[in-house]
Write a protein that binds this ligand. Structure first.
Ligand code: FES
Length: 114
């Protein structure tokens, strides 16, 4: 019986720890135009719509920080992605993950969940 409680308690603690380690980043809306590269994410603004993608290349994890025409370019091995995260050229085969975000109109900020 004691082991059952210990197991349940450990699950609750693990669950709480995961929630507490959630990270987010806040950027001002005013500076966002076109393709905007940040350390862990990319914000694409087009026609007042936002797309937020992970900047971590799905091949081996290099940071994507370059754009060529309408493509996001990985500097390491040449993978490229469309602005919606879909792969154009490999070696990457998986799309860039889309990240959840919220817009705070009062503070004029965009918060990205990392
Ligand atoms: S890490 Fe991006 S192409 Fe290899």
């Amino acid at each position: 019986m004691g082991l059952l409680f210990l197991g349940l308690w450990q699950r609750m603690v693990d669950s709480k720890s995961k929630n507490e380690t959630k990270k987010s980043a806040v950027v001002p809306l005013a500076g966002l135009t076109g393709v905007n590269f940040f350390e862990e994410f990319i914000v694409i603004k087009k026609d007042d719509q936002f797309e937020v993608l992970s900047s971590k290349c799905t091949h081996l994890g290099c940071r994507i920080d370059q754009q060529s025409q309408d493509k996001l370019m990985c500097p390491c091995h040449g993978s490229s992605y469309k602005l919606n995260g879909q792969v154009v050229t490999g070696p990457a085969i998986k799309p860039l993950p889309q990240l959840a975000y919220q817009i705070n109109t009062d503070q004029q900020t965009l918060t990205v969940e990392l």
